[in-house]
Write a protein that binds this ligand. Structure first.
Ligand code: SF4
Length: 164
């Protein structure tokens, strides 16, 4: 028995199932690959080799059905708002939304006179993390994604509690 204990003592982790599920989900939130305006260029730069989003487990998916995170990168026009909502609804639960940049957060430079722009994507879908800037730099997007990962890590999917 003593020999077995020594053999396995460095290879066994004891944790609650809830905690392990949250940890696993937080380290691989795949994001939906789509962009709406100039902020999307920064999102693409963040995914490229210089910043390399895959090192924090973020991988782009071209279908909303395979994505966990929607990064709303750009101006949401009234024409696109219903399409954005429809794409969000096609994502499977649990799903998360990041409002990247001031347009997605509040209408940005279009706030005073842009009758054609939605004044914040949170008017149509729930937002988990807001990232300020016009446009936010890749470092800001990475920080927002790390915040989202922290939020997911604090969720307890089985008991539906949040331990933050
Ligand atoms: S926040 Fe600025 S950079 Fe981003 S989509 Fe709006 S105008 Fe373009």
């Amino acid at each position: 028995m003593g020999i077995l204990e020594n053999k396995f003592q460095d290879n066994i982790i004891v944790a609650k199932l809830d905690q392990i599920l949250s940890w696993a989900r937080s380290t691989s939130p795949w994001y939906f690959q789509f962009g709406l305006a100039c902020c999307a260029i920064e999102m693409m730069a963040t995914a490229a080799s210089r910043h390399d989003l895959e090192r924090i487990g973020m991988m782009p998916r071209s279908s909303p059905r395979q994505a966990d995170v929607m990064i709303v990168a750009g101006t949401v026009t009234m024409k696109m708002a219903l399409r954005v909502k429809k794409l969000y609804e096609q994502m499977a639960d649990p799903k998360y939304v990041i409002a990247m940049g001031s347009c997605a957060t509040s209408g940005g430079p279009y706030t005073p006179h842009g009758y054609h722009v939605l004044k914040g994507v949170d008017l149509i879908i729930p937002v988990d993390v807001y990232i300020p800037g016009c446009p936010p730099r890749p470092e800001s997007l990475i920080e927002g994604l790390i915040k989202l990962q922290e939020k997911i890590r604090h969720e307890r999917p089985l008991t539906r509690k949040n331990v933050s």
